[in-house]
Design a protein around this ligand. Structure first.
Ligand SMILES: NC(=O)c1ccc[n+]([C@@H]2O[C@H](COP(=O)([O-])OP(=O)(O)OC[C@H]3O[C@@H](n4cnc5c(N)ncnc54)[C@H](OP(=O)(O)O)[C@@H]3O)[C@@H](O)[C@H]2O)c1
Length: 322
């Protein structure tokens, strides 16, 4: 299957490496890559391992017209405030008859219902497993493994950078040293304030609520309080008392509609929500038929994000071939 990548940063490069590694089993070929500052590369025979980037295409539309792919893979920077320009990138791909796969949670947090409807109308697929918990099954878990279930709510610890910062402070470091460690690991958002102020978690909460609970919400509508008010002294005081802090996403159905929030919560270290460390994440789904069922992802890195995208590519491949 022919792919056009919009964005070629940490995730894009890890995905290209994964596709090369699995090329004998899965027929994916990258025909084009478009970036913001590094230019555009297109080759109808498939791009080489180290693609030669020429000047940037005049627009994403012009790039997609040149690439002639079957799937557009949207991997640009998160914009948690509007979800743009990624939403427009996806619409441009749909308009050209391309399926869309993304790791970018912005569009799912802001415009899921519209994008989903447009994909259905055009008989195309929209997949986004990597937007929450990388390749660990979240959306696919509900879609494929929990038929008939109604999601009543969820509780999640979904942001890695905030955990790295808290743990750095517990170990004697500063807030900034923790942020630098997350940046070195390639897991911080391009603007890391999105992580520590809670925007990344709010975007994931909105994406989960939109897809699993038909919330039609967006990150701004979710009351959010990040970890920026925490300092090393407070974190170490809590640590000595057997407590820690996690940025927790919570959703539940109430008589008055959905209740959604993201908040830095003080937890006993024995709390299940406190038991995920570093890049490890946890999501508990509260359901009508299956009670509470959880997904844990232990120390994922950018390779696991790329694998989340790969899972979606395989889903599209199977659907097209079925
Ligand atoms: N990294 C992770 O662990 C992780 C995990 C889950 C989800 N995600 C999501 O995956 C996406 C990609 O993350 P990343 O870490 O790969 O980001 P990144 O390293 O910052 O790379 C972003 C890429 O997008 C390109 N880009 C930005 N704006 C663009 C535009 N308007 N048009 C075309 N290209 C544009 C950039 O171009 P230049 O190269 O020219 O700057 C760059 O190639 C983000 O939405 C992120 O939230 C990341």
């Amino acid at each position: 299957m022919k792919l056009a990548l919009i964005g070629y940063g940490n995730v894009g490069r890890a995905l290209a490496a994964l596709i090369r590694r699995k090329k004998s089993e899965f027929p994916f070929k990258i025909l084009g890559i478009h970036t913001a500052r590094h230019g555009t590369a297109v080759d109808p025979r498939g791009l080489a391992r180290d693609p030669r980037f020429g000047p940037a295409a005049a627009s994403v539309e012009a790039f997609l017209d040149a690439a002639h792919a079957e799937i557009a893979v949207e991997l640009t920077t998160l914009n948690p405030v509007t979800g743009q320009p990624a939403i427009d990138h996806m619409r441009a791909a749909f308009a050209r008859g391309m399926h869309v796969v993304t790791a970018n949670k912005g569009p799912i947090a802001h415009a899921y219902a519209d994008l989903h409807d447009e994909a259905v109308r055009r008989n195309l697929l929209l997949r986004f497993e990597a937007t929450v918990m990388d390749g660990a099954p979240v959306f696919n878990q509900v879609r494929n493994n929990l038929p008939g279930v109604k999601v009543l709510g969820f509780t999640g610890v979904l942001n890695s950078t905030s955990k790295i910062v808290i743990e750095a402070m517990e170990q004697g470091g500063t807030f900034e040293e923790g942020l630098d460690a997350a940046r070195r690991m390639g897991i911080a958002e391009a603007d890391a304030s999105f992580d520590v102020e809670g925007w990344d978690s709010a975007a994931k909460t909105a994406a989960l609520a939109n897809v699993l609970m038909d919330a039609r919400t967006n990150p701004q509508a979710i009351p959010t309080r990040g970890i920026t008010r925490l300092g090393p002294d407070r974190v170490r005081e809590l640590n000595r008392a057997g407590k820690t802090v996690r940025l927790v996403s919570r959703a539940r159905r109430t008589d008055r509609g959905l209740s959604l929030r993201v908040r830095a919560e003080v937890l006993d270290k024995t709390d299940i929500l406190a038991c995920v460390h570093g890049t490890s994440n946890l999501l508990l789904l509260h359901t009508d038929l299956m009670g509470t069922v959880g997904t844990v992802s232990v120390s994922p890195g950018v390779e696991q994000t790329a694998y989340g995208v790969f899972i979606d590519l395989v889903e599209v491949l199977r659907a097209v071939n079925s």
